[in-house]
Design a protein around this ligand. Structure first.
Ligand code: G3I
Length: 344
């Protein structure tokens, strides 16, 4: 049985992030065999598809969309609006904020072109990514979109996405949003969208986890809190970092660390492999238990060698965060996930 089949029995989509360059050969076959939904790891981001004013590049995104269609796999569009890898020129001109009117027009043009191009072919869009602040007491992250348009830029983006791809699910996606304070801010985002009479189908919980934190209890509480708001939960970027780091969890790309230990270059010790498998099992127990509300779990990459955690927060390390090893073999963590999905 594959992850896709085991997930199907529970009504759970099993996903992986892929890059266009990963879809050929054995890796492409593995992806098509094991997963029911793909997310483009980078190819749909504003900075990739819309690199300059009036310039568009859909080569990578088209390749992923065509692969998904050919192999009968669903597709998630990631993302229409993000401050990283963004198309900064949508909201700034010569280093200065554009007016609200120009910001809204640029955002609408962007969303119409991107969501319009894949309209009807995408299960759902991460409409807005990582908009709430990590800082205590601050609601939204200061970004060019916020400066140009104002606080309702998220609501407006949802309105534009719904118009451009009416059949697609619409998600708000963030990291560390199992933590209580960030969770409350995400709930405010949901409420603002709904108050405006607009649709939000799910909250994306990225779930870039460490071995020991956040706790499974906290993840479970967050799922319940979001479900109580009347939205589904999609786990959008799951992985488990096994390497030491200074900062807490999360995925703030600006928080790079200049140095850090790289202890497992020669391989992952048995006890860490086991701890990783147990960690995957405990979070999948939570997803399984709440499958009425959790509709998808996507791993952020397919095999350890392609994970962003090999170069963040410390560049050039050897990490082991996923379910397949560098030779595409199933890890203990894969078996642990399978056991949970199959109720073994
Ligand atoms: O810089 C590294 C380089 O050091 C390394 O040798 C090389 C190996 O492939 O990759 C590098 O380039 C990076 C590239 O994508 C990988 O193809 C770029 O620096 C980097 O900007 C870009 O990183 C992506 C990042 O988003 C920024 O867009 C990661 O692949 C991607 O996994 C990451 O994904 C984000 C989600 O979109 C949102 N949530 C957090 C998540 C993890 O940061």
């Amino acid at each position: 049985m594959t992850l896709k089949e085991a997930g199907e029995q529970l009504g759970l989509l099993m996903g992986t992030a892929v890059m266009a360059k990963h879809l050929d050969g054995d890796l492409g076959e593995l992806v098509a065999r094991e997963f029911s939904v793909l997310t483009g790891e980078n190819e749909f981001k504003p900075g990739r598809v819309h690199p300059a004013v009036g310039a568009w590049d859909f080569a990578g995104a088209d390749k992923i969309a065509a692969f998904a269609e050919r192999r009968g796999i669903k597709l998630v569009g990631h993302t229409l609006l993000w401050h990283q890898q963004g198309a900064g020129f949508l909201f700034e001109d010569g280093g200065k904020s554009v007016t609200r009117e120009v910001g809204l027009r640029n955002l609408r043009d962007h969303i119409e072109v991107v969501a319009g191009r894949y309209s009807g072919r995408v299960l759902g869009w991460d409409v807005v990514n990582e908009a709430v602040s990590d800082d205590a007491g601050v609601y939204l992250r200061p970004t060019p979109a916020l400066s140009a348009i104002g606080q309702d830029y998220i609501v407006r983006a949802f309105e534009m996405a719904a118009a451009a791809d009416p059949g697609a699910e619409l998600y708000y996606n963030d990291y560390s949003n199992e933590g209580v304070e960030k969770r409350e801010k995400c709930i405010d985002v949901i409420r603002e969208i709904k108050k405006a009479g607009l649709r939000i189908d799910a909250v994306g919980m990225q779930c870039h986890l460490l071995l020991a934190e956040p706790s499974a209890e906290l993840i479970e509480e967050a799922i319940s809190a979001y479900a109580a708001e009347g939205v589904k939960i999609v786990v959008t970027e799951l992985d488990v970092d096994v390497l030491p780091r200074k900062a807490a969890g999360g995925a703030d790309l600006s928080k790079k660390e200049m140095a850090g230990q790289n202890p497992y270059v020669a391989g992952l010790p048995g006890e860490v492999e086991e701890a990783l498998a147990q960690r995957y099992a405990e979070v999948f127990e939570v997803f399984r238990k709440h499958r009425e509300h959790v509709s998808r779990v996507t791993l952020w990459g397919t095999h350890d060698g392609m994970s962003w955690l090999n170069y963040w927060p410390v560049a050039g390390r050897v990490n082991y965060p996923l379910l397949f090893d560098r030779g595409l073999a199933k890890k203990k963590a894969y078996a642990a996930v399978m056991d949970v999905l199959r109720g073994a």
